[in-house]
Each structure stands twice: as C-alpha cells, then as structure tokens.
Design a protein around this ligand. Structure first.
Ligand code: BGC
Length: 414
C-alpha cells in the first residue's frame, strides 16, 4: 500500500518564458534578438500559454494531477521599475483560481531565470539594489495570490550557471560573452546582465546577489503570508562515487549545491530538480556505460538518479524535499514513459524508507522553449502544433496519469 500522505502533490511544471509567448519586456527576449546571440532560435509565441492557460489547466485535470508549478513573470508584472501592471497580476490571479476550481494546487515560482529588461540593464543580480527590488516584487505577488498558493519557490536553479560550467565547453561561454556584449551595446549600458545567460567571471557576484534576493524575498513573502511554505529549487545531478571517487564527488557537492542546501535550513522545503547522474572514480568522471540510456542531448540518464539527488538534498539541508522538476528530453516517448515510471518507483522506495517528500512535479507539462537550445529538445507530456497551438497528449502522459491514480491517496486519508 502507498505510504504517501494524502497531501502529496502530483503535478507538472512549466516556466513563463518557456510556454507563455511574447514575453517582450524580459531580458531573455532581448538576448534572443541581438546579434550575435547564443540562442538557437527566438521564443516567439512559445506554446501560446498566456492565451491558452485554461486549456493547459484542463490538460492537468484530465491526467488527474493535483498540482501545477508555473512562474509569475516579473517582466510582465513590473514592465518598468515601480510600475505594476494590474492586468498581468490579474492574469496570474485568474490562473490561481482556475487551478483551485480544478482541484489543482498552485505552486508559484517567483523567478524562473528571466528578469525584466530594466533589471538586466542595471546588471541583474550584480546590482546592489536588485535583491531588494526582487523582494518587493515577491511581496506584491504574494499580497495578491498568497492566500491561495500551495507553495512559493523564490528562485529557480540559482546554482545552474556553476553546474553548467562543469559541463559546457568553453566556446559556449565565448558565445554567451559575445551575446551579453551585444546586448550591452544595443541597450546602451555598460553591463547588460541576465538571469539566464551568465559568464564565469560573474558567478561569484551573481551568487551573492541571488542569495540576498532569496533571503529578502523569503522575508517579504512571509510578511504577507506567514503560513505559505517557501523555498528555492536547485539543479542537482546525482553524483555517485565509486571507491576512490569520493573526494571529487564531495568537491563537486561543495562547489555546486551545499551553499544552497545550507541556506535552505531556514526555508520550509528544498526544491530538487534532477535530470542526470554522473559517476566518479579515482581518475575523475567515469564514462557512461555503453548502450546506457541517453537523453536527446546525448547525456547519460539513469532512473536511480532522482532518488540519489533527493536523499542528498534532504541529508544536507534537513528539510523535506519537493521534486519541483524531473524528466528527460527525448523524441522517443516510450523511453520517457519507462524512465518516468522507474524513477518514480525509486523515489517511492526512498519515501518508504523515510525520505520526506512533499510532491513530484514532472518537467514538463508540454514541449516548450528550451532556452538557448530553442524548440529542439522535447521534454513534454504533451506536444503542440506550432501553427494552431493544439495540444496532444503523448502516451507518457497516460502512463503518468496511471501511476498517479495508483498512488493518490483517497481524499480524507491522512
Ligand atoms: C530548468 C528548466 C529547463 C529544464 C530542462 C531546468 O534546468 O528549470 O527551465 O527547461 O531544466 O533543461
């Protein structure tokens, strides 16, 4: 029998810029349109979810899911410094009510990478005022929506730049640098910096700014709604050590995760977003097994990785874990199906053995704009038609729904 609490959240995640379309006041939109740019293509209308949000909520409901994570776009709500766009705030307010009407718990991300253009012109998280401005924005959103939210995530993957710097080749940093230089010229500022594209020389300053941003935002959110669970979500590879590989694994954990896991000790949960596993031996990273499961980008994936990531996150932070993203990019949906089912099984074993987990949110509800890689990588439980925006459920969506049906506790059971 299931050992899950009745309140366990089964859902899917998206992010504003990746699905909404026409996020024209954002830093990412600006970067997509400069020359040269590291972006493979422009986001354009994305999945047109700013218009079709009710359709998206119906997709979740049709699968029997009870949670939806989406972001409230700062660039829409405060398109100019100090100017709150009431219509945008109302839009997210309606989304929250739309969730509740369908029995879906709304989980809001206050910052999913994208920042307003005006914030980027100041230098993003490198600017001394931005953490405070972000906290004010979070306060405004919480004052409006906070009474009906299930949880709030301040920052999405503030550790991603450092994590990627372990993976990405130098030429990507060169392209990013050239993109930011082009953006600075186009915006007529000395230092155009963004929430999504960062360069190694800025990592320390960005981390400092995001840390202050998180702490101030948490205070601002709690000041509005003291009982709204608040935390941040980090990107976590499952780092596995073979005998002799422990030192490398621990160095990596210290460099990429521990700062944020330690910070989470005063939060209500730690959001974990896992996609991959890497293994280390005495000589460094051990090559992935021949014929092992690979995602669309050619990276090795393992259904045991989610379990490894949540266990480390909990052990270090002492907090309940919220799987705010997990999934894989693949054009072979049967692989997604098997990978998702096996990953959830391993997570449930871990829960049965005592790891506290609040919920599992699959990335993603729908294929979407995968940042610098454009629309190529397919993470969705649904596809969409780029002309009509009609959504189609993939077989993996039905399989996920079946898993959820099997494990959702009957209402009323504690
Ligand atoms: C991000 C998402 C992204 C996903 C798949 C996470 O890094 O939060 O925005 O699309 O992983 O790469």
């Amino acid at each position: 029998m299931s050992t899950l609490p009745a309140a366990f959240l089964w859902g899917a995640s998206v992010a504003g810029h990746q699905v909404e379309g026409d996020n024209t006041n954002s830093d990412t939109w600006f970067l997509e349109n400069v020359e040269p740019t590291v972006f493979a293509e422009r986001s354009g209308k994305a999945c047109n979810s700013y218009q079709l949000w009710e359709t998206d909520l119906d997709l979740l409901a049709a699968l029997g899911l009870n949670a939806f994570r989406f972001s409230t776009e700062w660039a829409r709500i405060e398109p100019e410094q100090g100017v709150i766009d009431a219509a945008s705030l109302d839009h997210y307010d309606r989304m929250v009510d739309g969730c509740l009407a369908r029995g879906i718990a709304p989980v809001v991300t206050f910052n999913h990478f994208t920042l307003p253009h005006w914030v980027a012109k100041k230098g993003a998280w490198l600017d001394a005022d931005v953490p405070d401005l972000f906290a004010q924005f979070c306060g405004t959103v919480t004052a409006k929506l906070g009474d009906r939210l299930a949880a709030g995530v301040t920052l999405n993957e503030p550790n991603l730049p450092r994590l990627l710097s372990w993976i990405l080749p130098e030429f990507v940093h060169e392209q990013s640098r050239a993109t930011l230089d082009a953006a600075s010229r186009a915006a007529g500022v000395e230092r155009y910096r963004t929430g999504n594209v960062m360069v190694p020389e800025d990592y320390d300053g960005m981390q400092e700014g995001m840390t202050r941003g998180h702490l101030l935002a948490r205070n601002a959110i709690r000041a509005e709604h003291a009982d709204l669970p608040v935390g941040l979500s980090i990107a976590m590879v499952d780092d596995v050590a073979l005998p002799g590989g422990e030192a490398i694994r621990d160095r990596k954990r210290a460099a990429l995760y521990d700062h944020w896991l330690d910070l989470a000790r005063d939060d209500d949960f730690i959001g974990v977003q896992n996609y991959e596993r890497l293994t280390y031996g005495p000589g460094g990273e051990v090559p992935a097994p021949e014929g092992g499961l690979r995602n669309q980008m050619g990276q090795f994936v393992d259904p045991g990785s989610l379990r490894g990531a949540i266990e480390y996150a909990h052990a270090r932070s002492g907090k309940p874990v919220f799987v705010t993203e997990h999934g894989m990019s693949t054009t072979d949906d049967s692989v997604r199906e098997e990978f998702t089912a096996a990953s959830i099984d391993a997570m449930l074993d871990s829960i049965a053995e005592g790891t506290p987990v609040l919920g599992y949110l699959h990335w993603s509800l729908i294929d979407n704009f995968e940042w610098i890689f454009g629309y190529g990588p397919r993470f969705g439980l649904h596809s969409f038609d780029t002309e009509t925006f009609e959504r189609t459920a993939k077989p993996s969506a039905a399989r996920y729904a079946e898993i959820v049906r099997e494990h959702r506790a009957p209402a009323g059971r504690a």
